[in-house]
Design a binder for this molecule. Structure first.
Ligand SMILES: Nc1nc2c(ncn2[C@@H]2O[C@H](COP(=O)(O)OP(=O)(O)OP(=O)(O)O)[C@@H](O)[C@H]2O)c(=O)[nH]1
Ligand SMILES: [Zn+2]
Length: 357
């Protein structure tokens, strides 16, 4: 049986690329376990491991294959095991910032086209939260769509949309209810063809319910399976990249469920940087090019990972938004994402064009 990889998100660009490397087989990572992977190629699902040479070349954790990655594999003659020889460049990366001292970030999913930022229209509704999730989504390279769930529990949806208007600038917003089915059809328009989507948002907002809706009644992601994942047992197969019967792909990894937006005090999570910063020459040091910067000195001596400083900066920036007025936030975001309003307009036009394809 030959698998049509278009149904797993294959693009023409990847197809052309793969044609140029006939010694390898193109595959997409569908599951990630501690040491092993599962991939899908034209011949079907295969367990996979990282080839020795690639493992030798990989230095940071974020370079390792992750669910959603397109990889080049070779398959052992007995067809039982695929060896991942190369990870192809990623179109988007959903990454969790490192919290440990030395750690680099952790890839939660790769090559996601659309991220559904889910928030319920009742108790979970919070404008700042959407804003932080949006920052995370834009950083990933995927296009965010704000999905307001449980519309059946909300008596004034327009007021909620209005409250979000400032922060959802240039972003599609879909209100829906899995209970009544309202709005679910418009959600489905984002998940077609070779598109890959992911759902993020607080626990209990209805992500699984919506994913099950997309999957149809045959395939259900049950809590039981996920409970196994959480313990890291992985005795049963729990596919993390799912093909939808109507086209499109959903990536739903345990890491995605844990991906909560950060908030509050950075000094605890980044105690190392805060301690170093207290030794900088200038009290308002931004740790970039200032003389006498203890943070940069630590990086130069190999005592601090640059990625960690990057994560710190990102979070610091996100947190700073919460102290600004809505208008200031909007402008700061535009500056940050696009450089200017003009550039934003250009980017938005481009995104719309891609969406219409
Ligand atoms: N009233 C109402 N309840 C809903 C709706 N969608 C989901 N729920 C309920 O909300 C609860 C949580 O839904 P889940 O789909 O498990 O939420 P989740 O976001 O996947 O939660 P985690 O798996 O913890 O990340 C369940 O009891 C659902 O039945 C909806 O549209 N309306
Ligand atoms: Zn400094």
């Amino acid at each position: 049986m030959k698998i049509d990889l278009n149904q797993y998100g294959l693009t023409d660009q990847l197809k052309r690329f793969a044609a140029g490397v006939p010694d390898f087989t193109l595959a997409r990572v569908t599951e990630q376990h501690r040491e092993t992977y599962q991939v899908i190629s034209v011949t079907g699902f295969l367990p996979a491991e990282i080839a020795g040479k690639l493992r030798h070349d990989l230095t940071v954790t974020t370079d390792f294959p992750a669910v959603g990655d397109w990889v080049l594999i070779t398959v052992a003659p007995d067809h039982q095991l695929a060896l991942i020889q190369q990870v192809l460049p990623r179109q988007s990366v959903l990454e969790r910032a490192a919290v440990s001292k030395t750690g680099a970030g952790q890839i939660i999913a790769a090559n996601v086209d659309t991220i559904f930022i889910c928030m319920s229209l009742n108790a979970n509704f919070n404008v700042h939260r959407v804003e932080r999730y949006l920052t995370m989504a834009w950083d990933s390279g995927a296009v965010p769509v704000v999905v307001l769930t449980k519309a059946d529990l909300c008596t004034d949806v327009p007021a909620k949309l209005e409250a979000l208007a400032d922060v959802t600038l240039g972003v599609d917003v879909v209100a829906c209810s899995a209970r009544t089915g309202a709005g679910v059809a418009s959600l489905k328009t984002y998940v077609t063809g070779n598109r890959t989507v992911s759902f993020i948002g607080s626990s209990g907002v209805g992500k699984s319910t919506l994913i099950n809706d997309l999957l149809g009644s045959d395939v259900l992601i049950t809590k039981e399976i996920r409970a196994d994942d959480d313990k890291g047992r992985h005795t049963t197969t729990s596919r993390e990249l799912l093909r939808l019967p109507t086209g499109g792909v959903v990536i739903d990894t345990p890491g995605m469920r844990e991906l909560q937006v950060q908030g509050g005090d950075l000094t605890k999570a980044f105690a190392d940087i805060t301690t170093l910063a207290s030794q900088c020459k200038f009290r308002n040091c931004t740790h970039q090019t200032e003389p006498g910067c203890a943070v940069q000195a630590a990086i130069a001596m190999g005592k601090l990972d640059t990625r960690r400083l990057e994560s710190y900066r990102k979070l610091q920036l996100e947190l700073s938004y919460s102290d600004m007025s809505a208008r200031e936030r909007e402008n700061a975001k535009i500056q940050r994402f696009f450089g200017s309003k003009k550039e934003m307009k250009r980017t938005m036009d481009h995104v719309q064009k891609i969406r219409r394809r």
